[in-house]
Design a protein around this ligand. Structure first.
Ligand SMILES: NC(=O)c1ccc[n+]([C@@H]2O[C@H](COP(=O)([O-])OP(=O)(O)OC[C@H]3O[C@@H](n4cnc5c(N)ncnc54)[C@H](O)[C@@H]3O)[C@@H](O)[C@H]2O)c1
Length: 309
Protein backbone atom coordinates (compact mmCIF):
# COMPACT_ATOMS: atom_id res chain seq x y z
CA UNK A 1 0.00 0.00 0.00
CA UNK A 2 1.55 3.28 -1.00
CA UNK A 3 1.77 6.04 1.57
CA UNK A 4 -0.16 9.27 1.31
CA UNK A 5 1.75 12.14 -0.38
CA UNK A 6 3.00 14.72 2.12
CA UNK A 7 1.13 17.93 2.73
CA UNK A 8 2.75 21.04 4.18
CA UNK A 9 3.57 20.45 7.85
CA UNK A 10 1.21 22.25 10.20
CA UNK A 11 -1.24 23.15 7.41
CA UNK A 12 -4.84 23.73 8.50
CA UNK A 13 -7.26 20.83 8.11
CA UNK A 14 -9.43 20.80 5.04
CA UNK A 15 -13.10 21.60 5.42
CA UNK A 16 -15.61 18.75 5.39
CA UNK A 17 -17.06 18.05 1.95
CA UNK A 18 -20.54 17.58 3.45
CA UNK A 19 -22.87 20.59 3.33
CA UNK A 20 -23.00 21.96 6.90
CA UNK A 21 -26.75 22.56 6.79
CA UNK A 22 -27.56 18.93 5.91
CA UNK A 23 -25.38 17.43 8.63
CA UNK A 24 -26.22 16.94 12.30
CA UNK A 25 -24.03 18.98 14.61
CA UNK A 26 -21.68 16.13 15.59
CA UNK A 27 -20.78 15.50 11.93
CA UNK A 28 -19.22 18.95 11.68
CA UNK A 29 -16.80 18.10 14.45
CA UNK A 30 -13.55 16.46 13.43
CA UNK A 31 -12.19 12.99 14.14
CA UNK A 32 -8.53 12.50 15.06
CA UNK A 33 -6.72 9.44 13.69
CA UNK A 34 -3.19 8.47 14.74
CA UNK A 35 -0.99 6.61 12.28
CA UNK A 36 -3.09 8.29 9.59
CA UNK A 37 -0.54 8.24 6.77
CA UNK A 38 -0.06 4.52 6.15
CA UNK A 39 -1.79 1.15 6.19
CA UNK A 40 -4.94 0.82 8.27
CA UNK A 41 -4.89 4.42 9.56
CA UNK A 42 -4.73 5.75 6.01
CA UNK A 43 -7.65 3.54 4.96
CA UNK A 44 -9.68 4.78 7.95
CA UNK A 45 -8.83 8.39 7.08
CA UNK A 46 -9.84 7.88 3.44
CA UNK A 47 -13.09 6.17 4.42
CA UNK A 48 -14.05 8.95 6.85
CA UNK A 49 -13.11 11.70 4.39
CA UNK A 50 -15.14 10.01 1.66
CA UNK A 51 -18.12 10.26 4.04
CA UNK A 52 -17.51 13.98 4.42
CA UNK A 53 -15.84 13.84 7.82
CA UNK A 54 -13.00 16.17 8.73
CA UNK A 55 -9.97 14.14 9.82
CA UNK A 56 -7.08 15.43 11.90
CA UNK A 57 -4.28 13.00 11.16
CA UNK A 58 -1.43 12.43 13.60
CA UNK A 59 1.78 10.83 12.39
CA UNK A 60 5.56 11.02 12.49
CA UNK A 61 7.20 14.22 11.23
CA UNK A 62 7.64 14.22 7.45
CA UNK A 63 4.68 11.93 6.74
CA UNK A 64 2.28 14.75 5.85
CA UNK A 65 -0.24 14.52 8.69
CA UNK A 66 -1.99 17.62 10.02
CA UNK A 67 -0.33 17.00 13.38
CA UNK A 68 3.26 15.83 13.19
CA UNK A 69 4.46 14.19 16.38
CA UNK A 70 6.54 11.26 17.53
CA UNK A 71 4.27 9.27 19.84
CA UNK A 72 7.22 7.28 21.20
CA UNK A 73 8.27 10.23 23.37
CA UNK A 74 6.41 12.00 26.15
CA UNK A 75 7.10 15.38 24.53
CA UNK A 76 5.78 14.09 21.20
CA UNK A 77 2.60 12.83 22.84
CA UNK A 78 2.05 16.23 24.51
CA UNK A 79 2.60 17.93 21.12
CA UNK A 80 0.12 15.56 19.50
CA UNK A 81 -2.61 16.36 22.03
CA UNK A 82 -1.96 20.11 21.81
CA UNK A 83 -1.85 19.98 17.99
CA UNK A 84 -5.22 18.22 17.82
CA UNK A 85 -6.83 20.53 20.39
CA UNK A 86 -5.65 23.55 18.41
CA UNK A 87 -7.16 22.21 15.20
CA UNK A 88 -10.47 21.02 16.67
CA UNK A 89 -11.12 24.12 18.78
CA UNK A 90 -11.42 21.92 21.85
CA UNK A 91 -14.24 19.64 20.63
CA UNK A 92 -13.77 16.28 18.97
CA UNK A 93 -16.42 13.86 17.66
CA UNK A 94 -14.10 10.88 17.59
CA UNK A 95 -10.62 9.52 18.11
CA UNK A 96 -8.97 6.51 16.50
CA UNK A 97 -5.84 5.61 18.47
CA UNK A 98 -4.30 3.46 15.77
CA UNK A 99 -0.56 4.17 15.42
CA UNK A 100 1.53 1.13 16.20
CA UNK A 101 4.81 -0.67 15.58
CA UNK A 102 5.96 -4.27 15.93
CA UNK A 103 9.59 -3.90 16.97
CA UNK A 104 11.98 -6.19 18.85
CA UNK A 105 12.79 -3.06 20.87
CA UNK A 106 10.33 -3.63 23.73
CA UNK A 107 10.52 -0.08 25.07
CA UNK A 108 9.78 1.45 21.65
CA UNK A 109 6.87 -0.95 21.18
CA UNK A 110 5.46 -0.09 24.62
CA UNK A 111 5.97 3.65 24.06
CA UNK A 112 4.17 3.80 20.71
CA UNK A 113 1.53 1.09 21.11
CA UNK A 114 0.58 1.57 24.75
CA UNK A 115 1.62 5.05 25.93
CA UNK A 116 1.09 6.53 22.44
CA UNK A 117 -2.54 5.39 22.56
CA UNK A 118 -3.29 5.94 26.25
CA UNK A 119 -1.83 9.46 26.40
CA UNK A 120 -3.89 10.45 23.35
CA UNK A 121 -7.02 8.94 24.90
CA UNK A 122 -6.47 10.70 28.22
CA UNK A 123 -5.33 14.00 26.69
CA UNK A 124 -8.22 14.18 24.23
CA UNK A 125 -10.94 12.78 26.52
CA UNK A 126 -12.14 16.26 27.62
CA UNK A 127 -12.48 17.30 23.95
CA UNK A 128 -14.51 14.14 23.25
CA UNK A 129 -16.68 14.78 26.33
CA UNK A 130 -17.34 18.33 25.10
CA UNK A 131 -19.02 16.90 21.98
CA UNK A 132 -21.80 15.50 24.21
CA UNK A 133 -21.76 12.23 22.28
CA UNK A 134 -18.51 10.85 20.92
CA UNK A 135 -16.56 7.66 20.28
CA UNK A 136 -13.00 6.46 20.70
CA UNK A 137 -11.74 3.37 18.89
CA UNK A 138 -8.38 1.80 19.64
CA UNK A 139 -6.54 -0.51 17.24
CA UNK A 140 -5.59 -3.49 19.37
CA UNK A 141 -4.79 -6.87 17.75
CA UNK A 142 -5.97 -10.45 17.85
CA UNK A 143 -2.45 -11.13 19.20
CA UNK A 144 -4.11 -10.47 22.59
CA UNK A 145 -6.26 -13.57 22.11
CA UNK A 146 -4.07 -15.94 20.10
CA UNK A 147 -0.43 -15.33 21.09
CA UNK A 148 0.96 -18.24 23.07
CA UNK A 149 2.29 -17.70 26.59
CA UNK A 150 1.74 -13.96 26.96
CA UNK A 151 2.17 -13.29 30.65
CA UNK A 152 -0.52 -11.25 32.34
CA UNK A 153 2.13 -9.95 34.75
CA UNK A 154 3.91 -8.23 31.85
CA UNK A 155 0.75 -6.35 30.82
CA UNK A 156 0.00 -5.51 34.46
CA UNK A 157 3.52 -4.10 34.86
CA UNK A 158 3.03 -1.93 31.80
CA UNK A 159 -0.33 -0.72 33.08
CA UNK A 160 1.38 0.18 36.35
CA UNK A 161 4.02 2.20 34.48
CA UNK A 162 6.89 -0.27 34.90
CA UNK A 163 8.20 -0.59 31.35
CA UNK A 164 11.43 -2.36 32.23
CA UNK A 165 9.68 -4.94 34.34
CA UNK A 166 7.13 -5.44 31.56
CA UNK A 167 9.96 -6.06 29.07
CA UNK A 168 11.56 -8.55 31.44
CA UNK A 169 8.30 -10.44 32.00
CA UNK A 170 7.46 -10.33 28.27
CA UNK A 171 10.37 -12.63 27.49
CA UNK A 172 12.22 -13.08 24.23
CA UNK A 173 9.84 -14.88 21.94
CA UNK A 174 9.26 -13.03 18.66
CA UNK A 175 6.38 -10.59 18.88
CA UNK A 176 6.11 -10.85 22.70
CA UNK A 177 6.54 -7.10 23.41
CA UNK A 178 3.94 -6.37 20.75
CA UNK A 179 1.40 -8.78 22.26
CA UNK A 180 2.10 -7.43 25.77
CA UNK A 181 1.61 -3.82 24.60
CA UNK A 182 -1.72 -4.76 23.02
CA UNK A 183 -2.88 -6.81 26.03
CA UNK A 184 -2.17 -3.84 28.31
CA UNK A 185 -4.12 -1.63 25.90
CA UNK A 186 -7.05 -4.06 25.87
CA UNK A 187 -7.09 -4.11 29.67
CA UNK A 188 -6.91 -0.31 29.77
CA UNK A 189 -10.03 -0.17 27.58
CA UNK A 190 -11.87 -2.68 29.80
CA UNK A 191 -10.84 -0.74 32.91
CA UNK A 192 -11.98 2.66 31.69
CA UNK A 193 -14.76 2.33 29.09
CA UNK A 194 -17.70 2.01 31.50
CA UNK A 195 -16.54 4.62 34.00
CA UNK A 196 -18.03 8.06 34.63
CA UNK A 197 -15.14 9.68 32.76
CA UNK A 198 -15.88 7.76 29.55
CA UNK A 199 -19.36 6.21 29.17
CA UNK A 200 -20.64 8.66 31.79
CA UNK A 201 -19.41 11.52 29.63
CA UNK A 202 -21.17 10.12 26.55
CA UNK A 203 -18.04 8.56 25.01
CA UNK A 204 -18.25 5.01 23.65
CA UNK A 205 -14.76 3.53 23.98
CA UNK A 206 -13.92 0.22 22.26
CA UNK A 207 -11.07 -1.74 20.73
CA UNK A 208 -10.77 -3.44 17.35
CA UNK A 209 -8.57 -6.56 17.22
CA UNK A 210 -7.53 -7.24 13.62
CA UNK A 211 -5.63 -10.25 12.36
CA UNK A 212 -3.09 -9.90 9.56
CA UNK A 213 -3.70 -6.94 7.22
CA UNK A 214 -1.66 -6.15 4.11
CA UNK A 215 0.23 -3.05 5.34
CA UNK A 216 3.89 -1.99 5.58
CA UNK A 217 3.89 -3.29 9.17
CA UNK A 218 2.88 -6.77 7.98
CA UNK A 219 5.41 -6.64 5.12
CA UNK A 220 8.13 -6.09 7.73
CA UNK A 221 6.90 -8.99 9.82
CA UNK A 222 6.74 -11.21 6.73
CA UNK A 223 10.37 -10.37 5.99
CA UNK A 224 11.39 -11.67 9.44
CA UNK A 225 12.33 -15.37 9.01
CA UNK A 226 10.60 -16.59 12.17
CA UNK A 227 7.57 -14.26 12.25
CA UNK A 228 7.09 -14.53 8.48
CA UNK A 229 6.93 -18.33 8.67
CA UNK A 230 4.37 -18.21 11.47
CA UNK A 231 2.16 -15.61 9.75
CA UNK A 232 2.20 -17.51 6.45
CA UNK A 233 1.20 -20.74 8.20
CA UNK A 234 -1.76 -19.16 10.01
CA UNK A 235 -5.13 -20.48 8.80
CA UNK A 236 -7.36 -18.02 6.95
CA UNK A 237 -10.94 -19.23 7.45
CA UNK A 238 -12.22 -16.41 5.24
CA UNK A 239 -9.73 -17.32 2.54
CA UNK A 240 -7.40 -14.35 2.41
CA UNK A 241 -5.49 -11.76 4.42
CA UNK A 242 -7.46 -8.50 4.73
CA UNK A 243 -6.68 -5.29 2.89
CA UNK A 244 -6.77 -2.13 5.05
CA UNK A 245 -9.90 -0.93 3.23
CA UNK A 246 -11.70 -4.17 4.24
CA UNK A 247 -11.59 -3.05 7.88
CA UNK A 248 -12.01 0.74 7.62
CA UNK A 249 -15.82 0.51 7.63
CA UNK A 250 -15.76 -1.24 11.01
CA UNK A 251 -14.01 1.79 12.50
CA UNK A 252 -16.45 4.13 10.78
CA UNK A 253 -19.34 2.15 12.27
CA UNK A 254 -17.85 2.19 15.79
CA UNK A 255 -17.45 5.96 15.47
CA UNK A 256 -21.09 6.38 14.43
CA UNK A 257 -24.14 7.02 16.65
CA UNK A 258 -25.49 3.59 15.59
CA UNK A 259 -22.71 1.96 17.63
CA UNK A 260 -23.31 4.09 20.71
CA UNK A 261 -24.35 1.18 22.93
CA UNK A 262 -21.20 -0.79 22.16
CA UNK A 263 -18.98 0.08 25.13
CA UNK A 264 -15.80 -1.53 26.42
CA UNK A 265 -15.76 -4.28 23.78
CA UNK A 266 -12.87 -5.84 21.89
CA UNK A 267 -14.14 -6.64 18.42
CA UNK A 268 -12.06 -9.36 16.76
CA UNK A 269 -11.86 -8.76 13.00
CA UNK A 270 -9.50 -11.52 11.84
CA UNK A 271 -11.64 -13.47 9.38
CA UNK A 272 -12.30 -16.29 11.86
CA UNK A 273 -8.86 -17.32 13.15
CA UNK A 274 -9.53 -16.51 16.81
CA UNK A 275 -12.89 -18.23 16.60
CA UNK A 276 -11.29 -21.29 14.95
CA UNK A 277 -8.58 -21.65 17.58
CA UNK A 278 -10.29 -20.54 20.75
CA UNK A 279 -13.66 -22.10 19.85
CA UNK A 280 -15.92 -22.47 22.85
CA UNK A 281 -13.30 -21.08 25.20
CA UNK A 282 -15.48 -17.98 24.80
CA UNK A 283 -18.01 -16.94 26.05
CA UNK A 284 -17.13 -18.12 29.52
CA UNK A 285 -19.68 -17.82 32.37
CA UNK A 286 -18.83 -15.24 34.98
CA UNK A 287 -17.47 -17.06 38.03
CA UNK A 288 -19.13 -14.86 40.63
CA UNK A 289 -21.18 -16.29 43.52
CA UNK A 290 -24.72 -15.02 44.23
CA UNK A 291 -23.59 -13.29 47.49
CA UNK A 292 -20.67 -11.75 45.59
CA UNK A 293 -23.04 -10.57 42.87
CA UNK A 294 -25.47 -9.02 45.39
CA UNK A 295 -22.58 -7.41 47.21
CA UNK A 296 -21.46 -5.80 44.01
CA UNK A 297 -24.98 -4.70 43.11
CA UNK A 298 -26.22 -3.36 46.45
CA UNK A 299 -23.09 -2.81 48.56
CA UNK A 300 -22.10 -4.42 51.85
CA UNK A 301 -24.63 -2.56 54.06
CA UNK A 302 -27.64 -3.71 52.04
CA UNK A 303 -26.39 -7.32 52.11
CA UNK A 304 -25.80 -7.15 55.88
CA UNK A 305 -29.31 -5.71 56.38
CA UNK A 306 -30.83 -8.51 54.29
CA UNK A 307 -28.97 -11.11 56.38
CA UNK A 308 -30.16 -9.50 59.63
CA UNK A 309 -33.83 -9.66 58.55
N1 LIG B 1 -0.95 -4.97 9.76
C1 LIG B 1 -1.38 -5.92 10.56
O1 LIG B 1 -1.32 -7.10 10.23
C2 LIG B 1 -1.98 -5.58 11.89
C3 LIG B 1 -2.65 -6.57 12.62
C4 LIG B 1 -3.22 -6.26 13.85
C5 LIG B 1 -3.13 -4.97 14.34
N2 LIG B 1 -2.47 -4.03 13.61
C6 LIG B 1 -2.38 -2.69 14.20
O2 LIG B 1 -2.88 -1.75 13.28
C7 LIG B 1 -2.31 -0.48 13.55
C8 LIG B 1 -1.87 0.17 12.26
O3 LIG B 1 -0.80 -0.60 11.76
P1 LIG B 1 -0.55 -0.81 10.19
O4 LIG B 1 -0.53 -2.26 9.97
O5 LIG B 1 -1.46 0.05 9.41
O6 LIG B 1 0.97 -0.34 10.11
P2 LIG B 1 1.68 0.79 9.25
O7 LIG B 1 3.13 0.66 9.56
O8 LIG B 1 1.25 0.74 7.85
O9 LIG B 1 1.11 2.13 9.90
C9 LIG B 1 1.45 2.55 11.19
C10 LIG B 1 1.40 4.06 11.23
O10 LIG B 1 1.77 4.46 12.55
C11 LIG B 1 2.74 5.50 12.43
N3 LIG B 1 3.68 5.51 13.55
C12 LIG B 1 4.59 4.57 13.87
N4 LIG B 1 5.35 4.98 14.89
C13 LIG B 1 4.89 6.22 15.23
C14 LIG B 1 5.29 7.17 16.20
N5 LIG B 1 6.33 6.94 17.02
N6 LIG B 1 4.62 8.33 16.26
C15 LIG B 1 3.58 8.59 15.42
N7 LIG B 1 3.17 7.73 14.48
C16 LIG B 1 3.82 6.56 14.39
C17 LIG B 1 3.50 5.17 11.15
O11 LIG B 1 4.21 6.30 10.67
C18 LIG B 1 2.38 4.72 10.26
O12 LIG B 1 1.76 5.79 9.58
C19 LIG B 1 -1.21 -0.72 14.57
O13 LIG B 1 -1.63 -0.38 15.86
C20 LIG B 1 -0.98 -2.21 14.47
O14 LIG B 1 -0.47 -2.75 15.67
C21 LIG B 1 -1.91 -4.29 12.41
Amino acid sequence: MSERPSRRAGSRPRKSAAPASAAPQAVAQPIAVSGSQSGLGLAIRQRLEASGRQVIGIDLPGKGAEVEADLSTEAGRTDAVEGVLERCDGTLAGLVANAGVDSPNAQLTFDVNFHGAVDLLEGLRPALARAGRAAAVVTVSHAVMISPGIRSAAADALLAGHGRRAALYAGRSPGAPYAVSKLALARWIRRHAATAAWAGAGISLNGVCPGAIHTPLLEKDLADPMKGRIIRAMPQPLGAIAQPSDLAGIFEFLLSPEARYIVGQLLVTDGGLESLWRGEDWPRPWSVSMPGFLLRLFGSRAVAAAKAR
